[in-house]
Each structure stands twice: as structure tokens, then as C-alpha cells.
Design a protein around this ligand. Structure first.
Ligand code: ADP
Ligand code: MG
Length: 261
């Protein structure tokens, strides 16, 4: 198995609390690797470390074999890492396609000055961004709604719009933080399909998600975090039957309780 993303003993402390404690994991191209664990376990903090928002206290992040620990998000995007956020980051007054174009950043080669002067190559790049954005909208099933104001879209569509924007940098690895949070079963099904399709195209997926049915169905590998530490890691069948995991979740796997957790 070739590894695309790797963390080695990644840690960060806030005051006295070690939010992420010596976490090592690996994700291969086309693989769906999920991070689960109770609220406050450190899942989002782990994403923030990997995506360059936080500097780790210790440990390393490697992307395609190169160390990228602590590089800023734009540089990571250029190297093929992209993420979505737990809370919607949508510009509601802009159209769906414009929201995705915001993510096309990485492809823009012209500088701010030429934008100010509105040189012809800027107009060409805007066209190019629009084409890329349209392709990603089609990928998440939103091509027909491209020109609609984002504020008029359903919640499930907005969650997919966020994924489309993260895809606009054409990443090799996509980090998704609770992409199905707040979605009804039909919307969750659509997110499931999108994630599957993206993985099938060879993009690695690191997923944080509370919907256990989705996680168990979709993941190639699951890492369970508890109080910042890796509790267990393995295939879904093994993880769901692991006594330590059952204890951490009080045996509520697959129940409504666990799905809401
Ligand atoms: N910027 C921060 N400053 C202080 N504490 C933080 C910060 N970010 C996260 N934490 C703490 O780290 C722990 C893990 O939080 P988080 O990663 O959001 O958990 P999860 O996403 O698994 O619910 C929590 O105790 C949280 O309060
Ligand atoms: Mg979180």
C-alpha cells in the first residue's frame, strides 16, 4: 500500500490539555480513512494540525513522502491537500458556482496587480476557474443549481457545495470534517455517494463523521480517538467489535444514540 498522507506521533497541547497525543496514521490514494471518537476527542484539532492551521508541539506530517509539518494551508493546497470545515463556510449571497470558484485559488497564476488592472489573462483565468468549478459542481450533483444564490439551496446541497469547493483545488487528499452533520437520511445518502465517487477517482479521503452507519459503510479504515489518543485503528468490522471501542461508546454502536453522538 502506497501512502499519500502520514502523521507520525503528532501532538499538540493547549495549556495543560494535550488535545492530540502522539497520533500516527496513514492514508493511501483512493482510501477512505475515518476518524471517530466522542466530542472533544481531538478530531477537529487533528485536522487543524494536518491542514496547517495549528503548529504541532511535536511529531510530523508527511505528504507524498515529503515532510510538510506546519506548512500554511495555501502551500498544502498547492501540494494537493484540501479540507472542508465542520461549520458551513458559504457565501450565501453569491451563486453556487461563485462559491466553488473561491476554492480555485491554487490555479490562479496572475498576481493581485494584474487583477486590479483587469488584464486579459485575468479574464481568461476567471473563465478557467469557472470551468473547474462547474466540473466539481457536476461531481457533487449540483450542476443544475450552479447559478442559484447559495442562500436558496437546501442544507444537504450546501454540504455538497462545501465538498465541491474543497475539490476545486483538485486535491490528492481531501479532509472532510463532519460532511453529513445535520443531514437527513436522503441527504446523507447523497454525501455517501459523492465521497465514494471521489475516492474511486483515486483521491484519498480523511473523514471525521458522527453518523456511525455512514462511517461503517464507507470506510476502508477507522481510527478511534479518545482524549487525544489513538485508541484503536483497523477495518470497520474489527473496530466495531473491539471491546475498548464498545466501552468508549458505552455499547451504543448502530443505535440512534451513537448516530447522534
Ligand atoms: N484553539 C484551542 N484552544 C484551546 N483548546 C482547544 C483549542 N482547539 C481545541 N481545543 C480543545 O481540544 C480538545 C479537542 O477538541 P476538538 O478537536 O474540537 O474535538 P472533536 O473535534 O473531537 O470534538 C477539546 O478539549 C477542546 O476544548
Ligand atoms: Mg470536531
Amino acid at each position: 500500500m502506497s501512502t499519500l498522507l502520514e502523521t507520525e506521533n503528532l501532538s499538540i497541547a493547549f495549556g495543560g490539555i494535550t488535545a492530540v497525543d502522539q497520533v500516527s496514521l496513514a492514508v493511501a490514494p483512493g482510501q477512505i480513512h475515518s476518524i471517530i471518537g466522542p466530542n472533544g476527542a481531538g478530531k477537529t484539532t487533528l485536522f487543524n494540525l494536518i491542514s496547517g492551521l495549528y503548529q504541532p508541539s511535536s511529531g510530523r506530517v508527511k505528504l507524498a513522502g515529503e515532510e510538510v509539518t506546519g506548512l500554511p494551508p495555501e502551500q498544502l493546497a498547492r501540494r494537493g491537500l484540501s479540507r472542508s470545515f465542520q461549520n458551513l463556510q458559504i457565501f450565501f449571497r453569491m451563486s453556487a458556482v461563485e462559491n466553488v470558484m473561491v476554492g480555485c485559488h491554487r490555479h490562479e497564476r496572475t498576481g493581485i496587480l494584474s487583477h486590479l488592472l483587469a488584464l486579459p489573462n485575468v479574464r481568461a483565468e476567471n473563465r478557467n476557474s469557472r470551468e473547474i468549478a462547474m466540473a466539481q459542481l457536476a461531481r457533487v450533483g449540483l450542476a443544475d443549481l450552479a447559478e442559484k444564490e447559495a442562500g436558496s439551496l437546501s442544507y444537504g446541497a450546501l454540504k455538497r457545495l462545501e465538498i465541491a469547493r474543497a475539490l476545486a483545488t483538485e486535491p490528492r487528499i481531501l479532509l472532510l470534517d463532519e460532511p453529513a452533520a445535520g443531514c437527513n437520511p436522503v441527504e446523507t445518502e447523497e454525501i455517501d455517494r459523492v465521497i465514494h465517487d471521489v475516492a474511486k477517482a483515486g483521491i484519498a479521503i480523511l473523514l471525521v463523521e458522527h453518523d456511525m452507519r455512514l462511517v461503517m459503510r464507507i470506510s476502508d479504515e477507522i481510527t478511534v480517538l479518545e482524549r487525544g489518543r489513538k485508541l484503536v485503528s483497523g477495518k470497520p468490522e474489527a473496530v466495531r467489535e473491539d471491546p475498548r471501542v464498545i466501552a468508549a461508546y458505552l455499547g451504543t454502536f448502530g443505535s440512534e444514540e451513537a448516530n447522534r453522538a
